[in-house]
Design a protein around this ligand. Structure first.
Ligand SMILES: Nc1nc2c(c(=O)[nH]1)N[C@H]1C(S)=C(S)[C@@H](COP(=O)(O)OP(=O)(O)OC[C@H]3O[C@@H](n4cnc5c(=O)[nH]c(N)nc54)[C@H](O)[C@@H]3O)O[C@H]1N2
Ligand SMILES: Nc1nc2c(c(=O)[nH]1)N[C@H]1C(S)=C(S)[C@@H](COP(=O)(O)OP(=O)(O)OC[C@H]3O[C@@H](n4cnc5c(=O)[nH]c(N)nc54)[C@H](O)[C@@H]3O)O[C@H]1N2
Ligand code: SF4
Ligand SMILES: [Mo]
Length: 753
């Protein structure tokens, strides 16, 4: 093969992308070095990185009661010793000057330190008063995909079982809800069927609405390795913004924001028109549906007629031939195809449908349930899967993928919880936006926020921050002040990562244990302890008799038996480098691919989508739908929001790490050169961004690491300065199936500030 100049440039892009993703290219197997010399550590304790859903295994080096270094765990199959820059620098989040050391109560508008007893007694009184006067639905809980599973399990049991309200939701609603609804509607069961090991087996990667280089760096490094070791590998990246991830793409589609459904349908059209389908697979394993109505293959084909590449090329703003090219690459016979997506699809009012349409492409081509063939939704937080989707800590769920609306599910869980099933409400509680609306309207009297920072991270902040201020709000946090703790009535100091033991479940169904390595500073305590102490004060002591996390886990594990989502025993998790469920035999092997023999213990031969009564997955006819708010004369630009490599969400942790703060001290607005010229700003000058809901001022970044298409701007949501908090501008419209907000698109106006 001739090595062209284009190939040469691409090879450079690959290696610079790898370095810029914060992963050293040759760190595999050896472990990236921590903040101090490894020799300083007295012992190394096994854990998991507390940031993203990749779930890299870490070894924390402890000396004199402090974590002094972190290295990638070479024995962990997820990262094989690698870590990204945030993981390596984890020790620096521990002892910071804003660490919360004592419980605090707001008295006359001022926070004062109080004893744990005083804080907990006050919380119990407020809960009792609200429940007595307004009923159990006047209280609520907002949790996190960064909680350990034991915390989420106890919180779920306390609210849904003991108190009797389903008003318990969490930040995965803003993150993974559309992925959940997509998997459940298409396959009848949540969570991916594949695993990270598919990366090393795939030939074609279809990456849509995900910036892996910055948001899932170690998985991205596995992708880069795969490409480097096999020059035939093809990578397709679909994003309205040129990202670092796009640097390694063979085909980069910079299309119009919010036209994913049209693009995915158009690819399906080409796959059928050019007979790239796997007809046997379709006939044996799928049904076609439009809403509740069954369709024939021909009727589905007729539905797609509107999405012929020629008909959507204007809407999507891509040449018809490009659409054909990616459809052919996706469907190429004899090639393994893996799709990966994250918030570019999920954070949309049609996020669930977009997920369905990615599944469609795999089902039409039969590229599913075989090594390297899989629709793989990337997970954001370290335990969004383990602690929220699996524990069932959203307002419509119960443990092990059960739902509150199903009486049999309630009965099964009530039995394990030791409560009367009549105590459990069949009605889903408030989902995230409803929860904060109820706080704003006064319907919610008491709200407990644990391990999340909604005062900065929920959309359309202005009315909701007012609501948080009005409600009696308890905030369990590691730092103070945050944009949520400042609005609280009680602030509880939480033990941080590796100051408590617990379990995380990552994006590939891998359940992993983090050991406690050091003591928490001051009076900080694990969240689970505070939850149980409040439960006791509410008179539920009998339901929460646990002395160890082990006991909590083993009770939770009972909920998983017989659900095809069996989790392994705690004792095993402590020893092993994580196991991917189902693990039906507590001492037996884990599962690489679900729904397919010989991998899935529940399938004897071939493939069976057992989440559906007839064993068939659904290929859905879903039409293109616009975002809630389209650019118009008053607000002519698309605004999209998201992340950068160096920072984590509301940056409470990462702004405490000097190296990360220096690398990116404040957020900015990425603009296309042509738009910058239109509004007359130069790089670095202040831009005022206005929407129907609020405004922000950020410095312009032109030709930065991300380059939006003309007519679109992009802002990372990490900044804590009020004037730069982009969630004052974003829209709180949400997907009516998944209830996930549309952070990725709203309409704004821009002006030089
Ligand atoms: N460094 C870092 N890593 C993280 C996190 C972090 O805060 N910092 N957070 C973690 C969490 S919780 C999550 S959920 C993940 C998120 O991971 P990602 O979803 O990969 O990250 P985002 O930056 O939110 O958005 C991804 C891309 O969606 C694109 N996009 C915008 N609109 C559209 C559209 O209409 N269609 C398509 N196809 N794409 C669109 C944006 O241009 C952006 O490049 O990251 C995880 N990893
Ligand atoms: N504009 C815009 N907004 C978004 C998004 C977007 O793409 N654009 N993405 C959304 C998504 S996908 C997500 S996941 C959310 C994330 O949003 P949040 O969950 O609100 O953000 P984090 O900064 O992760 O908040 C976690 C908080 O927990 C604290 N903490 C850390 N460890 C512990 C612990 O062990 N116990 C306790 N009690 N506290 C702890 C941290 O200090 C931090 O304040 O943001 C959403 N908001
Ligand atoms: S890739 Fe994710 S899990 Fe791995 S070290 Fe980086 S932030 Fe942590
Ligand atoms: Mo997320």
């Amino acid at each position: 093969m001739k090595f062209s100049r284009r190939d040469f440039l691409k090879a450079i892009a690959v290696s610079t992308a790898l370095v810029s993703s914060g992963c050293s290219p040759d760190s595999g197997g050896r472990g990236a070095q921590g903040t101090t010399s490894q020799h300083d550590a007295e012992k190394w304790v096994k854990g998991v990185c507390r940031y993203c859903g990749v779930g890299c295994g870490v070894l924390a080096g402890v000396s004199k009661g402090k974590i002094v270094a972190v290295k990638g765990d070479p024995e962990n199959t997820v990262n094989k010793g690698r870590l990204c820059v945030k993981g390596i620098l984890l020790p620096k989040i521990m002892d910071t000057k804003d660490r919360l050391l004592h419980p605090m109560v707001k008295k006359d508008g001022q926070f004062v330190n109080v004893s744990w007893d005083e804080a907990l007694d006050l919380i119990a009184v407020k809960f009792k008063e609200a429940i007595a006067q307004f009923g159990p639905d006047s209280v609520g809980y907002y949790g996190s995909g960064q909680n350990i599973a034991e915390e989420a399990y106890v919180a779920n049991k306390l609210f849904k079982g003991a108190i009797g309200t389903n008003n318990i939701d969490g930040n995965p609603r803003t993150c993974m809800a559309s992925a959940v609804a997509g998997y459940v509607s298409t396959f009848g069961e949540d969570e991916p069927m594949g695993a990270y090991a598919d990366i090393e087996q795939a030939d074609v990667f279809f990456i849509i609405g995900a910036n892996m280089a910055e948001a899932h760096p170690v998985l991205y490094s596995r992708l880069v390795d795969r490409k480097n070791s096999n020059p035939n590998v093809k990578i397709i990246v679909v994003d309205p913004r040129r990202t670092r991830t796009a640097d390694i793409a063979d085909v980069f589609l910079q299309f119009v924001p919010g036209t994913d459904l049209a693009l995915l349908n158009s690819m399906a059209y080409v796959i059928i028109e050019e007979n790239l389908v796997d007809r046997d697979f379709i006939d044996q394993h799928t049904n076609f549906m439009q809403g509740e109505k069954k369709l024939s293959f021909d009727e589905f084909k007729t539905f797609l007629a509107d999405y012929a590449p020629d008909k959507v090329t204007g809407l999507i703003d891509l040449p018809a031939e490009k659409i054909r090219e990616v459809a052919r690459l996706f469907a190429a016979k004899g090639q393994n195809t893996m799709s990966m997506w994250t918030m570019g699809l999920n954070q949309r009012i049609r996020g669930t449908w977009a997920n369905n349409l990615v599944h469609n492409l795999h089902l039409l081509t039969g590229k599913i349930c075989r090594p390297g063939n899989t629709p793989f939704s990337l997970t954001g937080q370290p335990s969004a899967c383990g602690s929220i989707r699996e524990v069932g800590a959203l307002s419509h769920l119960l443990p092990a993928h059960r739902v509150v609306a199903n009486p049999k599910h309630r009965e099964e869980i009530a039995k394990i919880w030791g409560i009367d099933p009549a105590k459990m409400s069949p009605k889903p509680g408030y989902h995230t936006i409803e929860l904060f609306r109820a706080a704003a309207s006064g319907a919610l009297k008491v709200l407990w926020v644990v391990c999340t920072n909604p005062g900065q991270s929920i959309p359309n902040l202005k009315p909701y921050r007012a609501g948080m201020e009005k409600t009696f709000m308890i905030v369990s946090e590691t730092y103070h002040p945050t944009r949520t703790s400042e609005l609280a009535d009680v602030v509880l100091p939480a033990a941080l990562w590796m100051e408590k033991e617990g379990v995380f479940g990552n994006g590939e169904r891998r359940t992993q244990h983090l050991a406690k390595a050091v003591e928490a500073p001051g009076e900080a305590k694990p969240d689970v302890w505070a939850l149980i102490e409040v439960a006791k004060r509410l008179g539920f002591e009998d339901l929460f008799p646990y002395k160890t996390n082990d006991e909590i886990w083993e009770e939770y594990r009972k909920c998983t038996i017989g659900t095809k989502m069996e989790l392994p025993p705690y004792a095993r998790l402590k020893k092993e480098r994580g196991l991917t469920w189902p693990v039906p035999d507590p001492n037996g092997p884990d599962t690489y691919i679900r729904y397919a023999a010989p991998y899935d213990p529940y399938v004897k031969e071939g493939i069976r989508f057992y989440g559906k009564p007839d064993g068939r997955a659904v290929i859905f006819a879903r039409p293109q739908a616009n975002p809630q708010e389209m650019p118009d004369a008053d607000y002519p630009f698309y605004l999209s929001t998201g992340r950068v490599l160096e920072h984590w969400h509301t940056s409470t942790m990462t702004m405490n790490v000097p190296e990360l703060k220096r690398a990116m001290p404040e957020m900015y607005v990425e603009l296309n050169q042509s738009d910058a010229e239109k509004i007359g700003v130069n790089d670095g000058e202040l831009v005022k961004i206005t929407s129907r809901r609020g405004e922000c001022q950020l410095k312009a970044k032109i030709n930065g690491r991300g380059q939006p298409r003309p007519g679109m701007v992009y802002v990372p949501f990490h900044d804590t300065e009020m004037i730069r908090m982009i969630n004052f501008v974003t829209i709180d419209a949400f997907d009516d199936v998944s209830k996930q907000p549309e952070y990725k698109i709203c309409a704004v106006n821009l002006a030089k500030a």
